[in-house]
Design a protein around this ligand. Structure first.
Ligand code: NAD
Ligand code: ZN
Length: 251
């Protein structure tokens, strides 16, 4: 691993426009369970089913109870970990321009990144199925499930469920960012949810290096990634940043 940390630091030092693609794994150290991998929600139920828009529409109370309620309680108090902070530091150092995230937890913005494309929307808001009125998630009273709007309509997260379209703007901007970068860091994503998993492919096709950070191999590992640094996002990012700071002579 030492060699790969060194290599990543050198690649980052040489890069001019770094873009990150992140997934649920980057937020595991902040106490938020991923879908797949060890400790993932998949071990309890099939997220493709529970997090599908059809499941929500046919039984909102069930999806609120199985998925959304816990997520709200966790996110009400979650804070960025070393991996989020490492990406913020890369922006501060003038390397990283954009974070494309599949996460809905808002932790990249909380860490200080200023250009965050939320590919799957955001959990910060809930909206009414009937009148579209929005409510800040942290303010929503969940003593009754499903929570309701003042008009009586049911509230849903303002995030993208499986089976729903990716917001056009997020799709377009992500493609652009992926094609423009010269190094893409792919951190904590299983890279099986499409079309998000295509972003590293676009980066690669445009000549960028693709560096993966994940404790497990993914479908990108063989064909698309230049190399995989096998480890937890927080530890790996800390080591890369330390190495990079030494290379560039900063304290
Ligand atoms: P995923 O759950 O499919 O995969 C998680 C990946 O993270 C796995 O490859 C796993 O090996 C890796 N991982 C686990 N612990 C890690 C660590 N400490 N450091 C680095 N990597 C680690 O996640 P996905 O690819 O993002 O796709 C799932 C979908 O679920 C996404 O669309 C996302 O929107 C949604 N989701 C979001 C959150 C969140 O906002 N935090 C949480 C769960 C699911
Ligand atoms: Zn309403």
């Amino acid at each position: 691993m030492d060699e790969l940390i060194q290599r990543a630091a050198e690649d980052l030092a040489a890069a001019r426009n770094v873009v990150a693609l992140t997934g649920a794994g980057i937020s595991v150290d902040s106490g938020i369970a991923p879908f797949r991998g060890k400790g993932g929600l998949w071990e309890k139920f099939d997220p493709m089913e529970v997090a599908h828009i059809d499941a929500f529409m046919s039984d909102p109370a069930r999806v609120w109870n199985l998925l959304v309620k816990d997520l709200k309680e966790t996110l009400d108090t979650a804070s960025p970990n070393d991996a989020h902070k490492g990406l913020a530091k890369l922006e501060e150092m003038g390397k990283l321009t954009t974070v494309i995230t599949q996460n809905i937890d808002g932790l990249h913005q909380a860490a200080g990144n200023t250009d965050v494309i939320e590919f799957h929307g955001s959990f910060a808001w809930q909206r009414c199925l009937d009148c579209n009125q929005k409510y800040e998630t942290s303010e929503v009273d969940i003593s009754e499930i499903p929570p309701r709007c003042s008009c009586g309509g049911i509230l849903r997260p303002d995030a993208v469920f499986f089976g729903e379209m990716i917001p056009q703007d997020a799709m377009w901007r992500s493609r652009q960012a992926a094609s423009d970068c010269d190094l893409m860091m792919v951190v904590g994503t299983s890279a099986v949810v499409q079309p998000a998993a295509l972003m590293p492919v676009y980066a690669k096709e445009s000549g960028a290096k693709v560096v993966e950070v994940n404790p497990e191999r993914t479908p990108l590992t063989v064909e698309t990634s230049d190399y995989l640094i096998m480890g937890k996002a927080g530890e790996v990012m800390n080591r890369i940043i330390r190495e990079l700071e030494q290379n560039t002579g900063k304290p």
